[in-house]
Design a protein around this ligand. Structure first.
Ligand code: R5P
Length: 275
């Protein structure tokens, strides 16, 4: 691996412990102004101090993030479909490598839809992107997107993750599942897990984080389970404590409750001060 590639990888996966906490805020690229992310700048700002990296599209990066931030950028460069369109898997590369370089991206993110109608197209795009990334020393994160009709079991996810790694992806994002070890075992590059749809309560999302790390994930690429929580800062701090400080589920849950209380008190103080 070349110096530039190693350097960028070390910004995404922290060299101190080999773990990563990626904050995902790219959902609008197909979902529009999704709940919790209606005004991206408002959502992102308080969470940034606790994120190792920020996964985002160029549009929201340019309009909603201060360019003086130090948090490295994982630039989503695939798209071309929306939730109201015909087929979500019909994605293509939507942002050029020149744009990614201009935006000082530390990593490029692209979705692949293994087993879908557009499998070939998305895998060919991944390969092309890896070629470009290798040329300029920018790692590629392959996002294993699961269509509505696919089962998120270890057999399918192991297949999708391995296919991504074989095409040269430097990091693969997938979902946590039963028998997750077999997914990790079959994938020779770091695996990070998405949170997925908001779980009924915050402790469920902490449990998912804890189990994923316990079973070999390098970290998380988490969005909705953080910023759709009423106590988003408490949530990201608690996820971080599992990823980077090896807190177990009980300890992380206690931390969440403590941080939640603190946030409530702060909000009450602010309301009082505002009259
Ligand atoms: C889809 O929009 C993206 O790949 C997300 O960045 C990814 O699914 C992680 O976000 P969440 O934790 O909300 O699933």
């Amino acid at each position: 691996m070349d110096w530039g590639m190693k350097n960028r990888m070390s910004k995404i996966i922290r060299p101190e412990d080999g773990r990563c906490l990626m904050l995902a805020v790219d959902h609008g690229y197909f979902l529009g102004p999704t709940e919790g992310l209606e005004i991206p700048s408002r959502t992102i700002k308080p969470l940034l101090p606790y994120a190792d990296s920020l996964m985002i599209t160029r549009g929201i990066l340019r309009t909603s993030v201060n360019p003086s931030i130090e948090v490295p950028i994982v630039l989503r460069v695939s798209g071309g479909t929306s939730i109201v369109g015909e087929d979500l898997s019909n994605e293509t590369i939507s942002t050029s490598i020149e744009e990614a370089i201009k935006l000082n991206a530390s990593c490029l993110a692209i979705s692949i839809f293994v087993g879908s109608k557009y499998e070939h197209q998305t895998l060919a795009s991944l390969s092309r992107l890896v070629d470009e990334g290798e040329k300029y020393g920018i790692p590629v994160l392959a996002v294993t997107a699961v269509g509505k009709e696919m089962t998120r079991d270890s057999r399918y996810l192991a297949l999708a993750c391995r296919v991504a790694a074989e095409q040269g992806a430097h990091i693969v994002k997938t979902y946590y599942c039963e028998n997750f070890e077999s997914v990790v075992e079959g994938c020779p590059v770091p695996l990070i897990v998405a949170g997925g749809k908001k779980l009924p309560n915050e402790i469920d999302a902490l449990k998912l984080t804890y189990e994923a790390i316990e079973h070999g994930a390098t970290g998380v690429d988490m969005g909705r389970n953080i910023w759709q929580s009423t106590y988003a800062v408490a949530m990201i701090k608690s996820v971080r404590s599992i990823v980077h400080s090896n807190l177990d589920l009980r300890q992380a849950s206690e931390l969440y409750m403590k941080e939640k209380e603190r946030q409530i008190k702060e909000q009450q103080k602010e309301m009082k001060a505002a009259g």
